[in-house]
Write a protein that binds this ligand. Structure first.
Ligand SMILES: Nc1ncnc2c1ncn2[C@@H]1O[C@H](COP(=O)(O)OP(=O)(O)OP(=O)(O)O)[C@@H](O)[C@H]1O
Ligand SMILES: O=P(O)(O)OC[C@H]1O[C@](O)(CO)[C@@H](O)[C@@H]1O
Ligand SMILES: [Mg+2]
Length: 561
């Protein structure tokens, strides 16, 4: 594979626009100047994904690794272009910045379970397409490196190898952010997968999120310790928000001799992982793993109850949460059905993304109105929520409303003084839309004196994420853990793992952290939701077109079909 080294001076917002054009971008003089000014361990860098191989057959390759913007250095993905508009957004490899890394026989080839299944090992060039709905003229488009144990870690290899020797590995696992069903399953499967597939016995648990790296003792994790944890909700390691001190975390990784870091968490956590891997603070302070030239694989495993992580099909625990939400919706339905003009109001999680509310609504079929952050609504006047409630009660005598916690925040702040409080991670703390809406509905109907209503408000927010994962999430967590391990053992680093159109891939951190995944209200799934509830869209056609034209952040992927 033909590769060249480059770094680029571009702003972050331009980063992915360049990829969309599916063109090769050449190394410029400024790239070369930048690299020649780097310490030797960095400037010796790219050899095209280390052993990762090409991915595009006749690929025309350009690897772009570092860019400087606003005095910060951030990573630009390695990009490989090929015929027919093929584009691979590759992930970093340890051999990009460490020379002459030894490779070792892969113990998996002697494992009775895995070695008999020939196709368990993925081809060195296998990639996963980001978009699978295409037409005859479509370019082949963006791809990600396929996850899994590699047949070859370098194109020249004659047998199955890895970049870490079993005895050499000192892994650690950390869980950050809010809880999510399946956290314990992922922890269990990383520990057991490392042990049973690769003979790795040294795995540390980091206590209480990122700050645990430097403020707490570690926990030794063995298959015996984690054997039953998947049956419990929460995380045995504890979690936290805030406390991401990059230099202290990287110091701790270095001091403890850790060389594989498995980081489980949401969008904030993945940003933290990306910083640990390769963002430096300024020209002089270089804390991160890549610049220290450390042989450490940094692997992100996406966790989010809100399903707000882009690119991947969905996040683990999401199905369990939707299932658990059914119990609250059923209760709301039973309550509302049993009384005159009964209204059951259920608040579900979803800070910026209404996926839980939308899917719980679609699954239940008892919901008459689903309110999500992405779809503005209003209360009074023609086409408003109050008018719709009145209509539903007159027709049916009862109704169920599901509201995502982030819905209608702009209405709340009109009515109450916004305090703009942040949590320890810098996430804006939301006002309670459930309580607010309950009160508004009650006030409206008591003022009108036309109709007596009976409203029951159910708030199961934390209940849906504190439960253990269901069977399908357990399987999903296992696959994620295994994909993560195979990637680290093959020397890949600085990536998040996850399913892209059903096949697991290694996705560069930047892709995951550049934006949040949201319900696209101009998309088919939201239409299905609207048709199941028969609620008003709260939009005039004109507004809809305006939003489509740029007012709303539109994801380029569908809401899972
Ligand atoms: N931009 C960032 N840079 C470095 N670290 C970050 C950044 N954003 C968040 N973090 C760290 O990541 C951890 C988790 O972040 P956060 O609380 O936002 O949860 P999350 O991972 O997004 O999960 P969720 O939102 O699903 O609960 C925190 O320890 C926080 O300090
Ligand atoms: O756990 P905390 O800090 O109360 O945060 C709750 C938030 O976490 C999430 O569960 C995940 O981001 C959101 O749905 C919710 O707003
Ligand atoms: Mg988050």
């Amino acid at each position: 594979m033909d590769t060249s080294t480059s770094a680029s001076l571009v702003t972050p917002s331009l980063m992915f626009r360049r990829f969309d054009s599916a063109k090769t971008f050449p190394a410029t003089d400024s790239h070369r100047r930048y690299y020649s000014s780097l310490p030797s361990s960095c400037s010796q860098s790219p050899r095209g994904g280390g052993g990762g191989g090409g991915g595009g057959g006749t690929a025309n390759t350009d690897t772009t690794h570092v860019m400087v913007a606003n005095s910060k250095t951030v990573a630009v993905p390695k990009v490989v272009t090929g015929d027919g508009g093929y584009l691979l957004e590759d992930v970093p490899h340890l051999s990009d910045y460490i020379q002459d890394l030894p490779i070792y026989p892969n113990p998996l080839q002697d494992n009775p379970a895995y070695s008999v299944v020939k196709q368990y090992f993925v081809n060195v060039d296998d990639t996963v397409a980001k978009t699978i709905v295409v037409s005859k003229e479509s370019p082949r488009g963006t791809h990600f490196r396929r996850a899994g144990p590699r047949q070859k870690v370098r194109k020249s290899d004659s047998c199955v190898r890895v970049y870490f020797e079993s005895d050499e590995v000192q892994a650690c696992i950390v869980t950050c952010g809010g809880l999510c069903p399946g956290l314990n399953t992922v922890i269990r499967e990383i520990v057991c997968g490392l042990y049973h597939m690769y003979g790795v016995t040294r795995v540390l648990g980091i206590d209480g999120g990122y700050k645990g790296f430097y403020a707490r003792n570690t926990i030794s994790l063995t298959p015996k310790v984690v054997n039953n944890i998947h049956k419990r909700g929460g995380t045995i390691l504890g979690t936290s928000r805030g406390g991401h001190d990059t230099s202290k975390i990287v110091d701790s990784i270095q001091d403890r001799g850790i060389n594989q870091v498995y980081i489980i968490g949401g969008d904030g956590t993945q940003k933290g992982a990306s910083v640990i891997f390769e963002v430096r603070k300024n020209r002089f302070e270089m804390h991160e793993i890549r610049r220290r030239g450390m042989k450490v694989a940094v692997v992100g495993i996406p966790k989010t109850i809100d399903n707000d992580i882009p690119v991947i099909d969905k996040s683990f625990g999401f199905d369990t949460a939707v299932e658990e939400a059914q119990r609250a919706i059923s209760a709301a339905h039973v309550e509302s059905e049993s009384i005159e003009n009964g209204i059951g109001l259920v608040k579900l999680m979803g800070r910026h993304s209404g996926f839980i509310a939308m899917y719980a609504t679609l699954a239940s079929r008892d919901v008459d109105c689903c309110l999500i952050p992405e779809s503005p609504f209003y209360l009074d006047g023609p086409g408003g929520l109050f008018e719709y409630i009145e209509k539903r009660l007159k027709e049916d005598g009862h109704m169920v409303i599901v509201v995502a916690e982030g819905a209608g925040q702009e209405l709340l702040s009109e009515n109450t003084r916004t305090l703009d409080k942040m949590d320890a991670s810098g996430n804006k703390q939301l006002q309670d839309v459930g309580l607010w809406l309950s009160q508004k509905i009650k006030d409206h109907f008591s003022k009108q004196q036309k109709m007596t209503i009976n409203l029951k408000y159910i708030d199961p927010t934390y209940m849906i994420r504190a439960v253990p994962s269901n069977a399908s999430d357990n399987v999903y967590c296992t696959l994620l853990a295994h994909s993560a391990i195979h990637g680290a053992m093959a020397g890949y680093t600085g990536f998040t793992v996850g399913p892209v159109n059903g096949t697991h891939g290694y996705i560069p951190f930047q892709r995951i952290t550049e934006r949040q995944h949201k319900v696209v209200i101009t998309d088919r799934m939201w239409a299905r939701c609207l048709s199941s509830t028969n609620q008003p869209s709260f939009f005039s056609q004109l507004q809809l077109f305006e939003k489509k034209a740029g007012g709303i952040q539109v994801d380029d992927s569908e809401n899972f079909g």
